[in-house]
Design a protein around this ligand. Sequence first.
Ligand SMILES: CCCCCCCCCCCCCCCC(=O)SCCNC(=O)CCNC(=O)[C@H](O)C(C)(C)COP(=O)(O)OP(=O)(O)OC[C@H]1O[C@@H](n2cnc3c(N)ncnc32)[C@H](O)[C@@H]1OP(=O)(O)O
Length: 130
Amino acid sequence: MRFHTRKWVKPEDLNPNGTLFGGKLLAWIDEEAALYSIVQLENNRVVTKYMSEINFMSKATEGDIVEIGIDVKKFGSSSLTLKCEVRNMRTRETIITVEDIIMVNLGDDGKPKPHGKTKIEYIKDRLKEQ
Ligand SMILES: CCCCCCCCCCCCCCCC(=O)SCCNC(=O)CCNC(=O)[C@H](O)C(C)(C)COP(=O)(O)OP(=O)(O)OC[C@H]1O[C@@H](n2cnc3c(N)ncnc32)[C@H](O)[C@@H]1OP(=O)(O)O
């Protein structure tokens, strides 16, 4: 799994218990999944269709740096299935896992559209092909 993004847990991210608010973490994950899909599918119109059960395994507290990892599980026709793990950057302790995040590629009409992708692509390889 590649951990692309780091976030610093700030006071405004905390719940009344003084730990990272779960909703905030889910918003970070959703944004990361959307950006990852936009880059992979080369389309800005991608939406989150489904998230499987989430498992909060440990907490994060103010000042922690967390990193968000994404893996591709499956390229469908219009869909992309991702897996996500968020961990503490310094201790490597897992904070949350999400087994399945289904993102759907849309056409201009807002309906699912085949993306034509079958494997992970890297920007550096795309640039070489130009
Ligand atoms: C110029 C400016 C540029 C800016 C550029 C940067 C922007 C940077 C912003 C980043 C931030 C963005 C943030 C986005 C993230 C949201 O916030 S999206 C908002 C929340 N999501 C939504 O509103 C989606 C609402 N749902 C829908 O519109 C419709 O359900 C959908 C998604 C169009 C799908 O329609 P549908 O009729 O259910 O489609 P259907 O054909 O049945 O299924 C489509 C695919 O999904 C799969 N699927 C459907 N349901 C399931 C399920 N429950 N489980 C598994 N798979 C499923 C199907 O198997 C199918 O897969 P394929 O076989 O084609 O691979």
